[in-house]
Ligand binder design. Structure first.
Ligand code: SF4
Length: 161
């Protein structure tokens, strides 16, 4: 499917979970093909993935979404080093590392995402967020500029606050 879509020489490729369920060797090959095609044809890519390791290998800019909304947006380099949103930080902690200490269990985010019907009020991540305060239950955080270079975060209590 990826090969067929690239045959059309698109200006924009939307790759929705293109490496899910593939082993890491094939994942790396797919990402390499996409990176080469992007460089050779100046094709733009929107990569949709739950895997921040895959995203880190390809993206210039990352938008983190939770419950259908963008909760953080920044350049890949900035976001991967200085996440401001608790959900982004939790996702990054879940990426396995060969360099860190050996863990008995891999990290995970407790709880479950909200139902598709969505959250009417407050922050959708509040039931799972270790930084949640009463304000988070009643007031939806809007995407706004974070400190430093171009970086936006939708959180009442971002990590640098
Ligand atoms: S707004 Fe509150 S609950 Fe939501 S991510 Fe920020 S600190 Fe956590």
């Amino acid at each position: 499917m990826i090969g067929m879509s690239l045959l059309c020489d698109p200006a924009l490729l939307i790759a929705d979970e293109p490496t899910t369920a593939l082993d890491v060797t094939v994942q790396a090959q797919i990402i390499d093909v996409l990176r080469t095609m992007r460089a050779e044809s100046r094709m733009a890519i929107v990569l949709v993935s739950h895997d921040l390791g895959v995203v880190a290998g390809l993206a210039d800019r990352i938008l983190v979404m939770y419950a259908g909304r963008v909760v953080e947006s920044a350049s890949a380099a900035l976001l991967l080093r200085h996440a401001e949103h608790p959900y982004t930080a939790a996702l990054l902690k879940c990426v396995p590392s060969l360099l860190g200490p050996r863990l008995e269990r891999m990290a995970s985010i407790p709880g479950s995402p909200p139902a598709a019907a969505g959250i009417e009020v407050g922050c959708a991540f509040a039931p799972r967020c270790p930084r949640a305060q009463p304000r988070c239950q009643t007031e939806r955080p809007l995407l706004r500029k974070a400190s430093g270079p171009p970086h936006q975060v939708a959180c009442h209590y971002p990590l640098s606050a």
